[in-house]
Design a protein around this ligand. Structure first.
Ligand code: TXA
Ligand code: MG
Length: 295
């Protein structure tokens, strides 16, 4: 990434403007977390309800410790998985405003590993509040051009290429819990092997409910996609298939493929679920949400 672009992003953030940036999971829509009116712009641009908390992105564990109270379990997970695709829900300190947490006493916090995100955070020198850079209820962007499709060219975007992981971070709740609020590339087995048994969450993270990652085209899940497609094609329907790929590739390409197929105006997209282990759990979680009926 050119130093000029990072500098420009930092000046925009300092002026209270929004900047989109790549992370290893998906692109984020960032604001200076200490600037209330900048944070407000995220909710306006995304058309997201203001009680849906944002994730605080920080450059290091040391930095994170100024924004949240770390229990022993939190330190164990942070040391193992940061920088990386893990968000911890912890009790916030006074440094974090309620605008970021949607009025909660807890904060979602993570240290991203993408080199551009790292560079941005270390040069900006403050924490960045950022949700995924998509309109509320739409598929998260995994490429700069997806962000542009969502918000147009007036938004400044740091282009760091296609995101490596392609699905949003695993959210581990250590404020309540310990429990997994959103499955991701860091698996439940990895977390429980360090913390012991987890409790199943009764309060899913706001914004992780039902049809949250939905394209316009109707999606169904099927373990026999070819068979179903041929039956439907005989009835004159235009049908596209997303086959289950090798799990890392499946996750990395899923949102890209969904966006491409969604733009092709098929009657139906048939998605083959992944094997329900490891990363496959996160893939199936997003597929199920994409297939959930819209109201
Ligand atoms: O991979 C990711 O996590 C990406 C990149 C940009 O970092 N971010 C992301 O943000 O997916 P967003 O806003 O699209 O999803 C964050 C989720 C939301 O479901 C939100 O409700 C939950 O995290 N969350 C944030 N803070 C929380 C808190 N204090 N308690 C419970 N859930 C929280
Ligand atoms: Mg999101």
């Amino acid at each position: 990434m050119s130093p000029t672009n990072i500098k420009k992003a930092c000046s925009l953030l300092n002026e209270g403007k929004l900047v989109a940036f790549p992370t290893e999971t998906v692109y984020g829509l960032g604001a200076d977390a200490s600037n209330s009116s900048a944070v407000q712009k995220i909710f306006e641009l995304k058309r997201r309800p203001t009680d849906h908390p944002l994730i605080l992105h920080v450059s290091s564990l040391e930095d994170a410790m100024r924004h949240a109270y770390f229990s022993e379990k939190a330190i164990i997970l942070a040391e193992q998985f940061w920088p990386g695709p893990l968000t911890l829900i912890l009790e916030k300190t006074n440094l974090v405003s309620y605008d970021v947490t949607g009025g909660k006493e807890s904060v979602g916090i993570r240290v991203p590993s993408h080199p551009v995100a790292q560079e941005l955070l270390s040069i900006f020198g403050k924490s960045i509040a950022a949700p995924s850079a998509n309109r509320f209820g739409r598929i998260s962007p995994t490429e700069a051009k997806h962000v542009q499709q969502e918000f147009g060219s007036s938004l400044f975007i740091l282009d760091g290429g296609a995101c490596n992981i392609g699905l949003e971070s695993t959210i581990v709740d250590l404020f309540n819990g310990p429990s997994i609020l959103r499955p991701g590339a860091i698996t439940e087995e990895q977390v429980s092997s360090l913390l012991g048994p987890l409790v199943s969450s009764t309060t899913p993270a706001p914004g992780t409910l039902e049809s949250h990652y939905a394209p316009e085209t109707k999606i169904v899940l099927s373990r026999e996609p070819l068979l179903l497609a041929s039956t439907l094609k005989q009835k004159g329907l235009s049908v596209a298939i997303i086959p289950a790929l090798e799990p890392n590739t499946h996750a990395q390409k899923l949102y890209h493929i969904l966006r491409e197929l969604d733009s092709q105006e098929h009657d139906l997209i048939i998605a083959e679920p992944a094997q329900a282990i490891g990363l496959g759990i996160a893939i199936n979680d997003r597929l199920t949400k994409a297939a959930a009926p819209k109201d």
